[in-house]
Write a protein that binds this ligand. Structure first.
Ligand code: FEO
Length: 394
């Protein structure tokens, strides 16, 4: 991978992982990803902002060598997760005078995860600055823009923000910059859902803080650089807001067709009432797309057969994940079929303890759904529409 000059003295020196298909052994990556690392050369000092995943460390070193970089003074670490920090041991070996510039909490995590020695660190505090001569780095501590130690770095003179994970997208494309905002929007939204959504309340404040900075570019450590920062700031302002849409996500599994029939009936009933419906068959769906749909849907319906005594295991997985991601969904219900009994509804409702939802009357049927079941599903659709209208969700 070749390095690219952003402006005089600032280069992208990272790596693009076109082939990666899963992250943290959890998040599907249909489009791969990138690990962006940025070289900033000031009149007196040189800094590297974030490194790359250790599988790509030779690409980072190669980029630096090709640029004839023979000295790095500071390696700024915005986040300790290994996709940004895993090449640090090699970089510190290659540049023996370089200091790791980060906050105290990140230092602790880097020592724990990478066994770095304490004498290689320069610890910074919130809003502290670091001069590179004619360029100045300013650091802002932004806990929970993924992990508790995260920070963002602002290059004052050039008005470039380096927010690491925040505002990123898992997009392994060769373009350095966003060239098509319509194309990047779903990737950025999906990334927000998978990584940032659990911290929505903290991120609200960070978005406001960043909006107040003079900004020419936002250069995250995954995905392309934004040369129109307002685009991604406006998108985040919408996603972190309390507003939800007149949408219902139906996450379902059907073993012998009964739950499928119920899902189809409820889908039609909601469409007939003017509600947008997003059904996801969990045996086939990309779980990242389900997460993205949860960013602003008002209601989620979990639909499942009863396996032995409770929900289908794939429904358990999706419900557990949705609960972890803490979407701002306001209403939830459970529908499905059972053979002889079980505690399906209770199990699912108990699993939603992180999500502040009002549970609407579940619809469970023994065996095949009948006319009474369909009437109950019509009532659930009425109830959902009524709740949306009462909450001014349009
Ligand atoms: Fe891109 Fe939280 O690491």
């Amino acid at each position: 991978m070749v390095s690219r000059e952003i402006i005089q003295g600032i280069h992208w020196v990272g790596a693009i992982d076109f082939d990666r298909r899963i992250f943290d052994e959890l998040i599907p990556l249909p489009d791969g990803t990138s690990y962006n690392s940025y070289l900033i050369q000031g009149s007196e000092k040189t800094a590297l902002i974030d490194t790359v995943d250790p599988t790509k460390e030779y690409e980072l070193i190669s980029n630096l060598v090709k640029l004839n970089v023979d000295r790095i003074d500071y390696v700024v670490v915005n986040h300790a997760e290994q996709d940004h920090s895993g090449s640090l041991p090699m970089i510190l070996e290659f540049f023996p005078d370089a200091l790791v510039v980060t906050n105290e909490k990140c230092k602790d995590l880097l020592i724990a995860h990478l066994h770095l020695t304490a004498n290689r660190f320069r610890v910074i505090r919130d809003k502290e600055t670091l001069s590179l001569g004619d360029r100045t780095l300013e650091f802002f501590l932004t806990p929970w823009t993924h992990w508790p130690e995260t920070q963002i770095t602002y290059l004052r003179e050039d008005r470039i923000l380096f927010p690491c994970d925040l505002f990123g997208s898992h997009t392994g494309k060769s373009d350095l910059y966003v060239t098509d905002e319509a194309e990047i929007y779903p990737s950025a939204k999906r990334y927000y859902a998978e990584i940032m959504m659990p911290f929505r309340n903290s991120i609200k404040g960070y978005v406001e803080m960043v909006k107040a900075l003079p900004l020419a570019m936002i250069a995250p450590s995954h995905g392309p650089i934004y040369r129109r920062p307002q685009f991604i700031l406006d998108a985040y302002a919408d996603w972190v807001s309390d507003a939800v849409k007149n949408e219902v996500v139906i996450a379902y599994v059907s073993m012998h067709g009964s739950t499928q029939k119920m899902v189809e009936h409820l889908t039609d009933a909601l469409i007939a009432r003017g509600v947008t419906v997003k059904p996801f068959n969990l045996t086939r769906t990309d779980i990242g797309e389900l997460a993205k749909s949860l960013v602003d849907s008002a209601t989620v319906v979990i639909a499942t057969p009863t396996v032995l005594f409770g929900p289908h295991p794939q429904v358990v997985y999706a419900t557990y994940l949705a609960n972890l991601l803490k979407p701002k969904v306001r209403f939830a219900s459970v529908i499905g079929s059972f053979g002889w009994g079980g505690k399906t509804v209770e199990t699912i409702v108990k699993m939603l303890d992180h999500v502040k939802v009002e549970i609407l009357e579940p619809v469970m049927v023994k065996g095949l759904p009948d006319e009474a079941t369909f009437q109950a599903l019509n009532r659930l659709a009425d109830d959902i529409l009524k709740k949306h209208r009462e909450s001014n969700i349009v």
